[in-house]
Design a protein around this ligand. Structure first.
Ligand code: GA4
Length: 330
């Protein structure tokens, strides 16, 4: 059995400091939130890549660092301690097993639900702290990231010339919004060199089912996105910025104009990667359908469905499946 060991994150010795990923993609669209002219760029990025990087955001570094250090402490605990906060069903601590349908990755993670009352006790007891401290750290971070995600979604609505500026953001702001938060830890994996490439996948290729995903990572590479030309490209890490993905639901709401981006994470052989992702989803009862103003006389590419129906079917799929295929009109 392969056991993940958890050396302290970011302090793992660099074996080869001239290591350079040959395929770094330096043309990731960059959206400067302090510049009003970003609106057209952001629409273009969602059409072309379904992915972009956000700089000059207002998320306080203090909230990011606080949550990151709690996560580092958690993942540095012994495996038997961490397993007490599992299994991820889907919420809780998960180790190598992703979802319920046989996917595995060289990753351990924490998944929590945002709006429903969530039990932080199991994480707090591993850390030996009061659960309210963990709840507060997650809430402070998520509140700010959600605000930023809403700002981005409102810029998108404006860029798409939709009258109702909050047409997307209201779904995240809704008290019933089905949003989740995930922290992924990818330990270095030079020790499994003898295995085949399947074992070097940290998190296998997939699209996110929700509306929008906001990712922040430490300074370790690993994230790759799939371009329209079929090439996987590595995204240079940037701990001071956020990376945003279009999710399947936003693809449907824009009738395919925005692309839900396929992405994956490869493990690094020398450094740990730690990423925190907010997945902004709609309320379970919400109908997910193309916005009439975006149809431009065309038919909907999708059958109508609720987020509940989509999520239920998505959670039965394998990571790399095309989850929208079931809902596409033939
Ligand atoms: C991908 C995006 C989010 O991480 C996630 C994942 C979920 C899980 O880890 O439980 C899924 C995956 C994600 C889509 C297909 C199913 C469900 C694992 C899996 C094989 C939390 C989500 O919402 O969908």
């Amino acid at each position: 059995m392969v056991v993940i060991t958890t050396p302290s994150i970011d302090h793992f010795p660099i074996v080869n400091n001239s290591f350079i990923d040959p395929s770094f993609f330096n043309d990731v669209p960059i959206i400067d939130l302090s510049k009003p002219d970003s609106i057209n760029l952001i629409v273009k990025a969602c059409e072309e890549f379904g992915f972009f990087k956000v700089i000059n955001h207002d998320v306080p570094m203090e909230f990011i660092s606080k949550l990151e250090s709690e996560a580092v402490k958690f993942f540095s605990s012994t495996l038997s301690e961490k397993l007490k906060a599992g299994p991820a069903d889907p919420f809780g601590y998960g180790n190598k097993k992703i979802g319920q349908n046989g996917d595995i990755g060289w990753v351990e993670y924490i998944l929590v639900s945002i709006n429903s009352e969530f039990n932080y006790q199991k994480f707090a007891s591993v850390l030996g702290v009061n659960p309210d401290n963990i709840r507060a750290a997650v809430n402070d971070y998520v509140t700010e990231v959600k605000k930023m995600a809403c700002e981005v979604l409102e810029m998108l609505a404006e860029g798409l010339k939709i009258h109702q500026r909050n047409v997307f953001s209201k779904l995240l702001m809704d008290e019933e919004s089905d949003s989740i938060f995930r922290v992924n830890h990818y330990p270095p994996c030079s020790e499994i060199e003898e295995f085949n490439t399947k074992n070097r996948i940290g998190f296998g290729e997939h699209t996110d089912p929700q509306i929008i995903s906001v990712l922040r990572s430490n300074n370790t590479s690993g994230l790759q996105i799939l371009l329209k030309n079929g090439h996987w490209i590595s995204v240079p890490p940037d701990p001071n910025s956020f990376f945003i993905n279009v999710g399947d639901s936003l693809q449907v709401m824009t009738n395919g104009r925005f692309k839900s981006v396929k992405h994956r994470v490869l493990t690094n052989s020398v450094k740990s990667r730690l990423s925190m992702i907010y997945f902004g989803g709609p309320p379970l009862s919400e109908k997910i359908a193309p916005l009439p103003s975006l149809m431009e006389g065309k038919d909907s590419l999708y059958k109508e469905f609720t987020w509940f129906e989509y999520k239920k079917s998505a959670y039965k799929t394998r990571l790399s499946d095309n989850r929208l295929a079931l809902f596409e009109k033939s």
